[in-house]
Design a protein around this ligand. Structure first.
Ligand SMILES: [Zn+2]
Length: 285
């Protein structure tokens, strides 16, 4: 939190202080990137501090996150991240890719990568004193918010398109979220959630809108570099390793931009020497 300087608009490059913006650029609606004080972070934490942390979750990277420690109330938040980097031997052989690794984020508390974003967003919501959190979602992001919010006793409202898979809606309800099925597409649910957030003063988690989602997602990049340095066994334990390429599934692009932010943070800090190539992968249609 001490290293949180504010935001920078990805469109017009305007800088905003931590209290001068909330979601998007007030001038042009562009997405905001969180700006960190790399000098401060470099002075206050070392790679060794992180490597020897007993916290096996995204919170081992707290000095690089723009939120405060969620504290004892955040027990479930503390179960997010530090997912395994797996060596899929049969798949390596089948694809003839001997150095293929898989990061299994299905191990997160609500079973998806979205927990990373929701844990950081909920920590932020607590900091700003939010009374209700809202998001539009077709499934995983909503489940992640519902689960993380329930963990800290924060009421959650999820707007899902009517076509959302029933199993996902059930997961939202199990976590005690208030669910509204919107007669329309995800985009309609998105627009409606912005209106509701504005009208009722609720804290909005929407992906591609709330800058703290990417800050949560970037933790996967930190883990990849830290775990990869151990897995590949060609490091002295002090220098984190960067894979040649990272393949990531892409919807609206928030995960891949979050990963990019994570690798960029590490490079700015001088903790890695280069960025990996990032590939976005989408299913046909
Ligand atoms: Zn702007």
């Amino acid at each position: 939190m001490a290293g949180f300087l504010g935001y920078r608009c990805s469109v017009c490059d305007t800088h905003y202080g931590p209290d001068e913006a909330t979601y998007t650029c007030p001038k042009d609606g562009g997405n905001l990137d969180v700006v960190l004080d790399y000098d401060h972070i470099r002075d206050s934490v070392t790679l060794n501090d992180i490597e020897t942390s007993n916290d096996h979750s995204i919170w081992r990277y707290l000095p690089l996150l723009p939120v405060d420690d969620p504290g004892h109330i955040g027990t479930v938040l503390r179960a997010v991240g530090w997912t395994p980097l797996l060596a899929p031997f049969m798949l390596r052989e089948k694809l003839d890719l001997p150095h293929l690794w898989l990061k299994d984020d299905g191990r997160n508390p609500t079973a998806s990568f979205k927990d990373r974003a929701s844990a950081v967003v909920v920590a932020r919501a607590q900091q700003v004193g939010a009374e209700v959190a809202i998001t539009a979602s077709t499934g995983n992001a909503g489940a992640a918010l519902a689960g993380m919010a329930a963990a800290v006793g924060l009421p959650a409202v999820i707007l899902a398109p009517k076509s959302a898979p029933p199993a996902k809606v059930a997961q939202l309800l199990i976590f005690g979220a208030k669910v509204f099925l919107v007669d329309g597409t995800y985009d309609d649910a998105f627009d409606l959630s912005l209106q509701a957030a504005q009208e009722f003063g609720w804290y909005c988690r929407n992906t591609g809108y709330n800058p703290f989602t990417a800050e949560g997602k970037k933790t996967a990049a930190f883990e990849i570099c830290e775990q990869f340095s151990v897995a590949t066994n060609d490091s002295d334990g002090k220098r984190w390793q960067v894979p040649d390429a990272v393949f990531v599934s892409v919807g609206d692009g928030n995960i891949i931009s979050g990963l990019h932010k994570g690798f960029k943070d590490l490079k700015e800090l001088g903790w890695i020497e280069r960025l990996p190539r990032l590939f976005g992968v989408q299913s046909t249609g």
